[in-house]
Write a protein that binds this ligand. Structure first.
Ligand code: MTE
Length: 303
């Protein structure tokens, strides 16, 4: 595909957007933490939960990223092999300005925020994660969504040389996910480029991944290389694999069980063997922000 240039043409030097060890110093300001660090400006967000975040260690050592293996420790062990620079994202389908965009262009001028979100995996564990990211709507508005677009489809890269899990057909690669357009435009939906103030660790989906906090974690696709605006509901990895267990919507819902286990409670990772089991909240606690998206829908049917 022909490379097109957005209006925001001049590429931000990488050291200006990499957020290594940036220190949050109030809204709109960040301090340099030392000579090897980069200046990053990110703000706190009113969407953040006040719950205590999980440790950096928990967040980066207990992962699902099947491209690097199916075990929870496999991503931390194997993701180092992934080349994340250079990185570009194809944006295509029903958009005014399709093209292959360098990641520096994708993030340029998008206001970075720290979003401390609840993150609930379909496997009934949860974490609190301080993401750094920007609203997906900011990017979609910039490329110009055409009226016929009703859904957004996302793909992770396919690179079996670097992603050992892709050497086996455990999933139908590439990993694919999708959102309805109104879900994608909701201000809670972000593209995250870091966590704990640092650029995204590879096991968490470097250099850029989706985060949709009211949905089960599998919707939050990692290491994105393609974003397509489409008219029909796109095929998605887990739904293709086992539609009776993983719906397209995948909204966190304690009243609709997974066929093989309850979704009523969750284990907070890092809270020890005996503590930490807690009730799962409707829409993962984001009901006030998102329930209206599903007004009139039978959530037992559209799970
Ligand atoms: N994205 C890709 N490309 N491959 C995956 O295997 N796993 C999903 C999601 N995104 C996955 C993915 C699942 S099941 C979960 S729970 C979250 O990533 C885990 O995100 P985390 O490891 O950053 O906590």
């Amino acid at each position: 595909m022909k490379k097109t240039t957005l209006g925001w043409s001049d590429v931000t030097p990488k050291h200006l957007w990499l957020n290594r060890r940036a220190v949050l110093a109030g809204a709109g300001a960040a301090l340099l933490a030392g000579p090897a660090t980069a200046k990053l400006t990110y703000s706190p967000s009113s969407f953040s939960t006040t719950e205590e975040p999980n440790s950096f260690e928990d967040i980066t050592s207990y992962n699902n990223f099947y491209e690097f293996g199916t075990g929870k420790e496999d991503p931390a062990r194997n993701a180092g092999a992934l080349t994340t620079d250079p990185w570009s994202i194809v944006i295509d389908g029903l958009v005014d300005r399709p093209g292959t965009y360098d990641i520096a262009d994708v993030v340029k001028d998008q206001p970075l925020e720290e979003r401390i979100y609840r993150f609930r995996c379909v496997e009934a564990w949860s974490m609190i994660i301080p993401w750094i990211g920007f609203e997906l709507s900011g990017l979609l508005n910039r490329v110009g969504v055409q009226p016929g677009a009703k859904y957004v489809a996302f793909e992770t890269l396919v690179r079996p040389d670097e992603m050992v899990g892709q050497q086996s057909p455990i999933l139908d690669w590439p990993y694919r996910e999708g959102l309805r357009l109104d879900e994608a435009m909701n201000p809670l939906t972000i593209l995250a480029t870091g966590l704990y103030g640092e650029e995204m660790p590879k096991q968490n989906g470097a250099p850029i991944r989706l985060v949709v906090p009211w949905k089960y974690g599998f919707k939050s696709i990692k290491s994105i290389v393609r974003i397509s605006l489409v008219a029909e509901e796109p095929p998605t990895t887990w739904n293709m694999l086992q539609p009776s267990e993983y719906g397209f919507y995948a909204n966190v819902n304690p009243t609709v069980d997974h066929p093989r286990w309850s979704q009523a409670t969750e284990r907070r990772v890092g809270s020890g063997l005996f503590g930490g089991r807690q009730d799962t909240l409707m829409f993962n606690g984001y009901e006030a922000e998102v329930a209206s998206l599903y007004a009139g829908m039978d959530l037992a049917k559209f799970y």
